[in-house]
Design a protein around this ligand. Structure first.
Ligand code: FAD
Ligand code: SF4
Ligand code: SF4
Length: 389
């Protein structure tokens, strides 16, 4: 059939559901903890093929943004100290959104919904409403409610993972309204399973049950040591308010969520096998990220990497000069500290962990079991290496 029913383990970007004229595609979490589409009423499908037209997963190429443009790179940060200190790197993502909202755009960012315990795209019409998008949420995001608010007459700023943005570029081309849109993605490590996040919430339940705002980055110990899950009491309503967290766990002190996420142990299958967006491969107007690498290795406040792919992106960056600092760098330097290839999962460890994340075991039990399996898998390789030496 000329629809997405044969597609498995895709990006879960939700753009097929947004475009379907019969409204019969739903996006739900699958048993591995990733969003995936299902056609609910197959007999209502007219085989129009629109869902496949906008599907970035079903095409091996990245949708073009502006082929004639020569990419430009920058390091940048916000001059608003509060924004700079609370955003993941330099706060450039927020500043672009703020500027565009002030100039008549609606902004689609990602917030954490504490009632449903999920990350979700939502549409902000004021700068105040855009504040919950501050900070990366390192879990898959449910896009449908936010994306359903897009129309052909208003102007929109859309943020997301590179795969979400690739499908979005196809969507706005299909609807012939590209001029009304600014698309922003980021250098993307991948997204971990929601089963890991569920286990983490159970593991920290003494604190997480009473928590309101949750954040995934914190610069108290500096930007380079900012891989921190922190949870705040319910009376704090915004990340911008100063407060002491009721839960605080960082990677440098063996945080279990980050250990598995950044150890590439349970990313989406598409992040291992089907990611075509590393380095400067993008459909966006602008790509942001953390400016890792040597250039800012002594900076502790945070610097955003910025790659500009279109004329529209370039004029936007020049208009932002009043609120932000931008320093030009070659694109190779901007992308220096980024992953150049998708990680390869160890099949035995991946399957083992996937099974454990669905079981009743606690997160510490899962991690210690995974460590043993990892040792067992690598033991023969280590012996061979030693013998060779
Ligand atoms: C899953 C994930 C993986 C990432 N991997 C890398 C990486 O490998 N290298 C790197 O340099 N940077 C990566 N980033 C980006 C990085 O964490 C920062 O977002 C970036 O440095 C920009 O920071 P900022 O200070 O401008 O703003 P921030 O305030 O951090 O901006 C965050 C932006 O990301 C959007 N966003 C947040 N969570 C999600 C989500 N779950 N899905 C889609 N969009 C989301 C928000 O709407 C907002 O626009 C990743 C982000 C995510 C969410
Ligand atoms: S082919 Fe058309 S009607 Fe059928 S699921 Fe896809 S978009 Fe909907
Ligand atoms: S790593 Fe690639 S496939 Fe995975 S979420 Fe990021 S852009 Fe999408």
């Amino acid at each position: 059939m000329n629809n997405i029913s044969h597609i498995k383990d895709c990006y879960g970007c939700g753009v097929c559901s947004t475009i379907c004229p019969r409204n019969i595609i739903s996006i739900k979490l699958n048993s591995d903890g990733f969003y995936a589409p299902t056609i609910e009423l197959m007999d209502k499908c007219t085989d129009c093929g629109l869902c496949l037209d906008v599907c970035a997963y079903s095409d091996s190429d990245v949708e073009t943004n502006d082929e004639k443009y020569t990419l430009k790179g920058f390091g940048g940060w916000s001059l608003d100290n509060k924004i700079h200190s609370k955003c993941s790197s330099g706060g450039i993502g927020f500043e672009i959104g703020r500027y565009l909202i002030e100039n008549g755009y609606k902004a689609c960012g990602v917030r954490y919904n504490r009632e449903l315990d999920r990350a979700e795209h939502y549409m902000a019409q004021t700068v105040e409403e855009f504040i919950p998008s501050i900070g990366s949420k390192y879990i898959p995001s449910y896009t449908c409610d936010g994306f359903k608010e897009i129309n052909r007459k208003d102007r929109f700023f859309i943020t997301g993972t590179p795969c979400q943005i690739d499908s979005m570029r196809r969507y706005i081309k299909r609807l012939k309204c590209e001029n009304n849109f600014v698309l922003l993605d980021f250098f993307c490590h991948g997204v971990p399973s929601m089963n890991l996040w569920d286990k983490y919430l159970k593991f920290s339940q003494a604190e997480s049950k009473g928590a309101g705002v949750i954040s995934w980055r914190d610069k108290k110990h500096g930007w380079h040591d900012s891989w921190v899950v922190s949870m705040y009491d319910k009376h704090k309503t915004s990340l911008l308010e100063d407060d002491t967290p009721i839960f605080y766990s960082r990677l440098s002190k063996n945080d279990l969520f980050y250990k598995l996420f950044l150890g590439n142990a349970c990313l989406g299958k598409a992040c291992y096998d089907h990611c075509k967006y590393k380095l400067a491969n993008s459909s966006a107007d602008i790509r942001i990220g953390d400016f890792w690498g040597k250039t800012y290795s002594n900076n502790n406040d945070g610097v955003s990497s910025v790659v500009v792919f279109t004329e529209k992106g370039e004029s936007l960056i020049s208009e932002l000069n009043r609120n932000c600092v931008f320093i030009a760098h070659p694109v190779e330097i901007v992308a220096e500290g980024q992953m150049s290839k998708s990680p390869r999962p160890g099949k035995i460890l991946y399957n083992h962990l996937n099974k454990l994340l669905k079981s009743k075991k606690t997160l510490p039990q899962i991690v210690s079991s995974a460590v043993w399996v990892d040792r067992f898998v690598h033991f023969p390789q280590k012996i061979i290496k030693t013998l060779k030496k």
